[in-house]
Design a protein around this ligand. Structure first.
Ligand code: RIB
Length: 306
């Protein structure tokens, strides 16, 4: 069988992570514990997630020509990811994220996007050949919308399926939503896109379908993931684990979903596979260090009750 091909167009960061007893409020200092510097960024996390699960992955992003940029590219290459279409920015530093993780595993993140924020439609066009040959194109919103839209147009032009993970939360025009095959918001992102604060997940999913999205997979943290489409709505329950750090769990989910779909799994099965990958990712500190291999996910699924 041919290896599933996934192209990720998106961001990469270096994450500076501190474990804290609780997230401090404004003006407050808390003494934390362990510090970890790890590879991160929503796009790069999703690329690594798919690669560890066996997909052939191409990452299209923009890095600063600095120590962090070089390390990021090396890491991605070490994961077997094709980095030929990374653009190097001579004037802007690579992206950095400052992350605090509470004792319960919840996080608070501030991102300095750096070169990610300079990504252009022309950067994406250079990767047209890779996008055209992909089974799935995976996008997020941590790079400028113009670059995301260009990737979407190229994929559409070549009949390639597109998953858009609308993170971090940002409003999107209907023309974008209509072009996406699968939208994967969390509850907060869904509320913003559906313009329905405080509504039930199923209502928000219906509102997104009414705006022209073909399928929605809404992640609901410990409750699971809601699949919504023309055939109805279904909840796929989450797996129970003891979370240490939830940073990157959404990225693990999206990378695994893209890999599962590219492998030809039916959507419900791909969502269950993605949920297992995300659950495992919460049990280890750091975004990319926590992403499991295909063997680990298969073993975890085999341990679960039918
Ligand atoms: O989704 C988690 C990621 O968000 C972190 O790795 C951080 O870099 C930010 O992009």
């Amino acid at each position: 069988m041919q290896q599933p091909r996934v192209v990720v167009v998106g961001s990469s960061n270096t994450d500076m992570v501190v474990k804290v007893p609780r997230i401090p409020g404004p003006g407050e200092t808390v003494l934390g514990g362990r510090f970890v510097m790890a590879a991160g960024g929503k796009g790069a996390n999703q690329a690594v997630a798919a690669a560890r699960l066996g997909a052939e992955v191409t990452f299209v992003g923009r890095l600063g020509r600095d120590m962090f940029g070089r390390q990021t590219e090396e890491n991605l290459r070490r994961e077997g990811i094709d980095t030929r279409f990374i653009a190097w920015d001579e004037a802007t530093p690579s992206g950095i994220a400052l992350i605090m993780v509470s004792a319960e595993g919840e996080n608070s993140i501030a991102v300095a996007p750096g070169a990610n924020g300079e990504m252009t439609p022309a950067d994406v066009e250079r990767a047209e050949e890779a996008i055209a040959a992909a089974d799935v194109l995976l996008l997020q919103l941590e790079v400028p919308l113009a670059a995301v839209r260009r990737a979407l147009d190229i994929a559409r032009g070549h009949g390639v399926r597109v998953i858009l993970n609308p993170a971090p939360a940002a409003p999107l025009p209907d023309e974008v939503l209509r072009e996406v095959d699968l939208l994967t918001p969390n509850q907060h992102e869904a509320a913003l896109l559906a313009r329905m604060q405080g509504a039930e997940p199923a209502e928000m999913a219906q509102a997104l379908l009414a705006r022209g999205v073909r399928m929605v997979v809404m992640t609901l943290g410990g409750r699971g993931a809601l699949i919504a489409g023309p055939e109805g709505i279904e909840l796929v329950p989450a797996f129970r684990v003891q979370p240490v750090d939830t940073t990157g769990a959404g990225d693990a989910f999206n990378g695994a979903l893209a890999c599962g779909m590219a492998q030809g799994r039916p959507l419900r099965e791909a969502v269950r596979y993605a949920s297992a990958t995300a659950a495992l990712a919460t049990t280890v500190m750091g975004a990319q260090p926590s992403l499991p291999t295909a063997e680990r996910v298969e073993a975890f699924l085999a341990e679960q009750r039918p």
